[in-house]
Design a binder for this molecule. Structure first.
Ligand SMILES: C[S@@+](CC[C@H](N)C(=O)[O-])C[C@H]1O[C@@H](n2cnc3c(N)ncnc32)[C@H](O)[C@@H]1O
Length: 215
């Protein structure tokens, strides 16, 4: 049988996948958050963190370790979490686009950090996938605006596309500093990047702007 050629690309893929397996993380995506954390030190010991789109749970484990037992992590996902989680992590199984009353109360802040690694089910149609990613990001931003403490931080994955500038502008309205970050561990072919909002502004300094413009 013909052997599949090992390309530079899949050697690189293997590095993060094998590393995740070795370090007992359920997904290689943990290294994207680790790169963000190593560069910006967003999550701190004792923090309360909300993790939107938390399954299969590698960001949960990584974050739980940083915040420690005096902190708390709340994760929410449409899919179930099957890994063992520490006692200071709470999981909610729900769709953030249609949260029931009980679950809406469970994701109520105040949080120091809101994370969103949410990804839509992809169709292969670039326009549809970008639009779905944008809708998730807008929903995450609305949650961050309501649930973060003033001074809090927001890390949000988005698929690059036409409306990314509008979304970044919407984040800029609510946060004092905004950075755009493409982790090395993100697959080169992936259109994903991370928008990071630092120091959420006080409520009275935030006007209502969404990626669709001023409201
Ligand atoms: C890339 S995975 C997240 C990986 C996670 N950060 C980790 O490290 O294990 C994206 C997740 O977003 C979730 N997701 C997408 N849309 C969602 C929605 N509307 N509500 C809740 N979760 C959603 C998916 O179910 C999927 O588990």
């Amino acid at each position: 049988m013909k052997q599949k050629k090992t390309t530079k690309k899949n050697r690189w893929d293997d590095h993060y996948t094998l590393k995740a397996r070795k370090e007992k993380y359920p997904a290689r995506s943990v290294y994207k958050l680790e790169e963000i954390q190593n560069k910006y030190h967003v999550i701190k010991k004792g923090h309360r963190v909300l993790d939107l789109g938390c399954a299969p749970g590698s960001w949960l484990l990584y974050t739980a370790d940083i915040v420690g037992s005096k902190g708390n992590v709340v994760g929410i996902d449409k899919k179930p979490i099957t890994i063992n989680i520490p006692p200071h992590v709470n999981i909610i199984s729900d769709n953030i686009m249609s949260l029931g009353e009980k679950n809406a109360a469970a994701v109520a802040g105040p949080f120091h950090v809101v994370l969103s690694d949410m990804a839509p089910s992809t169709t292969g149609n670039k326009t549809v996938d970008e639009a779905r990613s944008l809708s998730l990001c807008e929903a995450a931003l609305e949650i961050a605006k309501k649930q973060l403490i003033p001074g809090g931080a927001f890390i949000c994955k988005i698929f690059q596309g036409g409306d990314i500038k509008l979304f970044t502008d919407a984040v800029r309205v609510c946060f004092s500093t905004v950075k755009i970050f493409k982790p090395k561990s993100s697959r080169k072919a992936s259109k994903e990047i991370f928008i990071i909002g630092f120091r959420k502004k006080q409520e009275e300094n935030i006007c209502q702007v969404t990626a669709n413009g001023l409201q």
